[in-house]
Ligand binder design. Structure first.
Ligand code: FES
Length: 482
């Protein structure tokens, strides 16, 4: 049997069937745990009581539970568990935690049917004949709690799914893959609806080095992960600075960040740089709103090198434009607040820039799109702070995972990331909307269809990489280094 077979089987279980089988599995398993807990209590009562009638009654009760509800619940849990394993991507041996679950389950079954049943009948027999505690009764009082503990452990593994497949499992994987705990040392208003955070290592150590253009993932107390550009000084290894715009209609990450207070701890992953500063004779920086943040360290660096630069900073109003007050004093900066009626003539800015100027821009998509029409791709570097609307039709294709030989179908309604994670649950991802670059996979064969906002305009023909959360394949088959 190959893993391709597994994927084929996985598609056989319809979502409705899967829900029904899962519900039956939960009912069977919870019922089994409940009956086992009752049997633990009865076995202890049977052993401890001095009253022969109560002892006989408890063993009667144990026998009834053991021969009726227990068997039905165990059978239901077993059949539905195997059905789910075979009918879903989990499989029977594909993930280590499924194998652990099976071992625990097997131990419980051996205990329940190999020992407990005999102990119950032996205890009942002795209780009816002599009214005294017996060896079987003592064995049951010891064995029943052990069975219960194994059963609960099986359920915990089943629900928790360590190492992936659940948000919690993925958080665990990501923690083990480099999330650093930092303390929020300062929260300060930078503009209307914009706060600046200063983050320092929890133990006062140095933070990883970074270069202009880099961003970090903030892992918030709720588990949400959001990406923000670093806007401080790369030479300062004691802290990171980020600026966060409150998005009232967003998915909640910026609201949570705006509620953070000094002293709170959060996680940081990275830094990662999809927007590096390349050598050029001159630079034109174009910022749209909060998109100014990755450009600030670049401007400092370029100014320190003594190279010519200009910044066009577009915003709604001076009130909403973070860092505008500081930037205003610089000769190379021009602010374009919309409410003051100042519109940037981008074409003019590009046209009057020195020859071979490289343009760095960060802001909303329409600003980036306008620049893409004016600046040659090899001199344009953009960073989007939101995903582009993806309305292009999605075609199904097949992904082949070269390291395992597994082949997985990627239907139109599914992402490549989701499909690959069936076989590589620890595959890292963060934004899952094509902005952060975390889910990058090396492509060995085939032609990716890039739908991400990470690749630069000059890189969109690349066939060696794919950002699996949003990108797809132009070729029928994509061979990945996974
Ligand atoms: Fe962020 Fe894919 S997870 S680009």
């Amino acid at each position: 049997m190959t893993q391709t077979d597994g994927a084929t089987r996985a598609r056989r279980m319809r979502p409705g069937t899967r829900k029904a089988v899962l519900a039956a599995h939960i009912v069977g398993s919870v019922g089994w745990i409940g009956v086992s807990a009752s049997m633990v209590v009865l076995s202890l009562v049977g052993l401890a009581t001095e009253h022969p009638g109560i002892r006989a009654g408890t063993y009667h009760g144990l026998a009834v539970l053991d021969e009726t509800v227990m068997g039905i619940a165990a059978l239901l849990s077993l059949v539905t568990g195997v059905w789910l394993a075979l009918g879903t991507p989990f499989g029977l041996i594909r993930h280590w935690w499924v194998v652990v679950k099976q071992i625990l389950f097997t131990l419980v079954m051996i205990g329940a049917f190999g020992f407990t049943h005999g102990w119950v009948l032996g205890g009942l027999d002795e209780a009816l004949r002599t009214g005294q505690p017996t060896g079987d009764g003592r064995a049951l009082a010891f064995g029943a709690p052990v069975m219960l503990i194994l059963l609960i452990a099986t359920a915990v593994v089943s629900v928790y799914k360590p190492g992936g497949r659940t948000p919690r499992g993925r958080r665990q994987v990501s923690r083990s893959s480099g999330t650093r705990e930092v303390t929020v040392t300062e929260v300060r208003p930078l503009a209307e609806d914009v706060v600046g955070l200063t983050l320092a290592d929890r133990k006062g150590g140095e933070l990883p080095a970074w270069e202009p253009g880099a961003h970090v993932d903030l892992v918030l107390p709720s588990g949400l992960v959001r990406q923000y550009s670093l806007c401080g000084d790369p030479a300062d290894r004691t802290s990171y600075q980020v600026a966060v715009l409150l998005e009232r209609d967003g998915r909640g990450g910026s609201r949570e960040i705006h509620r953070l207070r000094p002293g709170q701890r959060i996680g940081v992953r990275g830094p990662r740089n999809n927007f590096p500063l390349v050598d050029a004779p001159a630079y034109l920086f174009v910022a749209g709103g909060i998109g100014v943040t990755p450009l600030l360290p670049m401007i400092r660096e370029v100014a320190a090198r003594g190279l010519p630069w200009r910044l066009a900073y577009l915003g709604r109003s001076p009130r909403t434009m973070a860092f505008a007050a500081d930037l205003r004093a610089s000769a190379g900066v021009r602010l374009y607040p919309k409410d003051a009626g100042r519109r940037a003539d981008l074409a003019e800015l590009v046209r009057t820039a020195p020859p071979a100027t490289h343009v760095y821009a960060c802001g909303p998509h329409r600003l980036m799109d306008a620049l893409e029409r004016m600046v040659p791709a090899e001199r344009l570097h953009v960073e989007h702070f939101a995903a582009a609307a993806d309305t292009a039709p999605k075609r199904p294709f097949t992904a082949e995972l070269a390291r395992t030989g597994a082949t997985v179908a990627v239907p139109a309604g599914r992402t490549l990331l989701d499909a690959v994670r069936e076989y590589a649950p620890g595959l890292e991802a963060s934004c899952e909307n094509g902005v952060c670059g975390t889910c990058r996979i090396t492509v060995l064969r085939g032609t990716p269809e890039h739908r991400d906002s990470v690749l630069q305009p000059a890189e969109r023909g690349r066939t060696d990489v794919v950002y699996a959360c949003v990108s797809r394949s132009k070729s029928q088959r994509l061979v990945l280094d996974v």
